[in-house]
Design a protein around this ligand. Sequence first.
Ligand code: ARG
Length: 631
Amino acid sequence: MKHDSISKTLGERFASAVASVAGDACGPIDSQVRPAGDPKHGDYQCNAAMSLARRLKAKPREIAQRIVDAVDLADIAEPLEIAGPGFINVRLRTEFLARYLGEVPPPPAASPAPVSGPPMDRLGMPTVDAPYKTVIDYSSPNIAKQMHVGHLRSTIIGDVFARVLMFEGHEVVRQNHVGDWGTQFGMLIEHYGDKAVPSHRTHADALAAIEDDYRVAQERFGSDEAFADAARLAVGRLQSGDVEARRVWESICGESRHAFGEIYKRLDVLLEEADACGESFYNDRLAPVVDELVERLRPREAGQRGSGPYAELREDGGALCVFLYDEKGEAAFTNQDGDPLPMIVRKSDGAFLYATTDLAALRYRIKELGARRMIYVTDARQKLHFRMFFAAARAAGWAGDEVALEHTTFGSVLGANRKPLKTRTGKNVLLRELLDEAERRAYDVLVERDRGIEGSRDREERDEDEKRAIARRVGIAAVKYADLVRDRNSDYVFNWDSMLAMQGNTAPYMMYAYARIRSIYRKAAERFGSPDVYAAGVVLSLGAPAERDLALRLVRFRETIDSVAADLLPHTLCNYLFELASDFMRFYESCPVLQAPDEATRLGRMRLCDLTARTLRLGLWLLGIEVIERM
Ligand code: ARG
């Protein structure tokens, strides 16, 4: 059997049974197979009987019985049970679990730390049958400003999407849609004149200086007429390719991008400088995009109204605007007064806007990059913008039904006062300062803990550099994991103590669980002469309930990854890994490894340890967290 997820295998088997019960009359019916909510009801359930019975006008339990009679699961499941109104409960046979898990190949001989590709050790999981090209638009900070905590979520959530989809075998194009174009550059160009753009020893310091200058320039723009006029002219010079204006702009962009790159490296995300495709890239495409909109979104004649959804491009007070209509031909978007809310694509002075650039980028990504799925990761405040520009892109025919457009939003990072996180002086918290503090605090926690546990060889051997390196990794992981572990749609309170806690669903706990399992395995391997636990003769007997629970959790890894790829909710993977670590601890308490009753049992349990560690490592990698072998 191909090593697909159990859900998928069960889904396929049930689908053909459901189809045969339904006959030709019903059209396609979802087999509705999902993991059982309560282990009392088995491991999985099929809930198709109820909806099918409604269509066939029959009794649900009878339909359930007919599905049970038709489905062939003898090799996978115990005899099926029908419960309540017609739920079909599936309990996997323990021999099946053992066989399925037994087919996971040993780790490849050399699995070097992955850099930017998917990890070498896939635990035997195949890539999907029908890969597609996905563009992920994330991080996307603005040039001339330092990244702050607001960019944290987009950067690390988008990174998980990139890793998960790449792992599944899709072609992922990362797009960092940096804000590198617009009137603010006129101010900066004029401000610098022929002076040099700051370039300090570190890019981060240079960017901080540029941001200060930007504030000064903004103030001058507000108070000094002559400066404001000159700045406006400078925008024009930049747009028409004036060499001097371009030079200043390029230095500003260069320093900013290098500084972002440093943050990405510290955050250990896959984004590289080459992924930056900023707003300026679309500059030449904006006028043609508007021309095409004029062509494609011609206002309808009065008589044609009423069948939607559709869009029209009309002039409104000198600006070119897209008006969007719903199925009934009513305005799809309205303002507080109930008046139609247009999407402006060209202002009366001829300037293009954020929305115009997004339309040009979408068109480019579909037509030129060949994207079939587009994922945008921004905070929830941009919801309306995305709904409108997606609707316009559909109406213009740039995105057909074969292209998925997904705006994945996230809530705010809050301070202890439950208001958006700020510094004591009310400023945005800079990302680099936040990461410095994470490393510092993780170091303190580590030193504190080492002091508490005397006498461990692993710890005594650690020198200062190693301690710093571990603290760096744990600190950053703690920040990332604390963000990913909640449903991304909710706000969360940023709290150092809870994210660095060694107990609970935190990065330090998960990383520690991994290192502990590795150490258990190492001890057994040292004592028993490094046996090959993947040898053909080694069987996973799974006789003890805790062994079976652990095995069931392990085989659910793939369907968890699949669900993140589909629903784009990373917290389901965090929760899965936490459950896995907990199942392992229960297993380890009740099923001794070193003191196993006999060799066969010991080898089987050692293999379970190794499979758990490999699953944790890969799972954490998908979350952008690199494990540590000894903690
Ligand atoms: N630069 C924008 C900001 O800081 C985010 C851009 C998001 N991506 C997009 N294609 N609109 O708010």
